[in-house]
Design a binder for this molecule. Structure first.
Ligand code: NAD
Length: 256
């Protein structure tokens, strides 16, 4: 039961972040949703979660590509018992033509944002006497594929940051782990289908079957509900001694 705890989930107006927000709210945690936009829809999502689950749910705009916004998000949340660093973007291109601004944006959003939010959240967790840092990495935090240099560098980086955070909090009642999903059919995956079709000269169906799910032995996408369940498990008492590790939710990808 997570009642009385506040969870801040970065990049949570869609996809996996939103799935994790729903799961933590269903487990009783108050939730702070986030993205870089500030639309009626963003606030409506928070309202839906509050109405459905009875927790307090807020939406706070903050751009995870900016260090100050990352830090301000945690300060504005007021409390942060569970920090889920989930915001992420993707760009697919070979290294020689990979745009520098895409490299910089991916490193900032997918990796550096977690450093900034964690820096502000850890003192709050120590003060509260309990905490969980959950970094949403990827199967690409453990293995590589061509044409995703920035994403794979950032995801390997966040696995390393997770281990360091775990060691720095090892004697506190705080844990830090990375969840490593395989393919989940969210916007980020949907958006890379056209580029991958071009890159490999394949149809949409061929890309899904022969490129994306080729590496996923289950031949099924993981779901945002399953990732919500994984995050909730890490927040349970069973997770008290699980720290500094990775949990793969990838249909067997990293067993290959
Ligand atoms: P998504 O595109 O639905 O979600 C990404 C979220 O990040 C969105 O809420 C978006 O608004 C937010 N975001 C993007 N830029 C931001 C910024 N500058 N500031 C704040 N928020 C920002 O895709 P998703 O699949 O739900 O991705 C969530 C995380 O899961 C990412 O870190 C992604 O790398 C990781 N992941 C996804 C998959 C997959 O197959 N979908 C697999 C492994 C890991």
């Amino acid at each position: 039961d997570l009642s009385g705890k506040t969870a801040v989930i970065t990049g949570s107006n869609s996809g996996i972040g939103l799935g994790i927000a729903w799961a933590l709210a269903r487990a009783g945690a108050d939730v702070v949703l986030n993205s870089f936009t500030d639309s009626d829809e963003d606030h409506a999502i928070a309202k839906d979660i509050a109405t459905e689950t009875g927790v307090t749910a807020r939406y706070i705009k903050a751009d995870m590509s900016k260090a100050e916004d990352c830090r301000q998000l945690i300060t504005d949340a007021g409390r942060c018992d569970i920090l889920v660093n989930n915001a992420g973007i993707q760009h697919v291109a070979p290294i020689p033509s990979f745009p520098t601004e895409k490299w910089d944006a991916i490193i900032a959003i997918n990796l550096s944002s977690a450093f900034h939010t964690t820096a502000v959240a850890l003192p709050m967790m120590r003060e509260a006497g309990w905490g969980r840092v959950i970094n949403v990495a990827s199967a690409h935090g453990l293995t590589a594929s061509p044409y995703k240099s920035a994403y794979i560098a950032a995801k390997h980086g966040i696995v390393g940051l997770s281990k360091t955070t775990a060691l720095e909090t090892a004697e506190d009642p705080i844990t830090c782990n990375a969840i490593c999903p395989g393919y989940v059919l969210t916007d980020i995956v949907e958006k890379q289908i056209p580029d991958t079709m071009k890159e490999y000269d394949m149809s949409r169906e061929e890309v899904i079957k022969n490129v994306m799910l080729k590496r996923q032995p289950s031949k099924e996408f993981a779901t945002v509900e399953q990732l919500g369940g994984t995050a909730t498990f890490l927040c349970s008492e069973a997770g008290d001694q699980i720290t500094g590790t990775t949990i793969s939710v990838d249909g067997g990808w990293t067993a290959l």
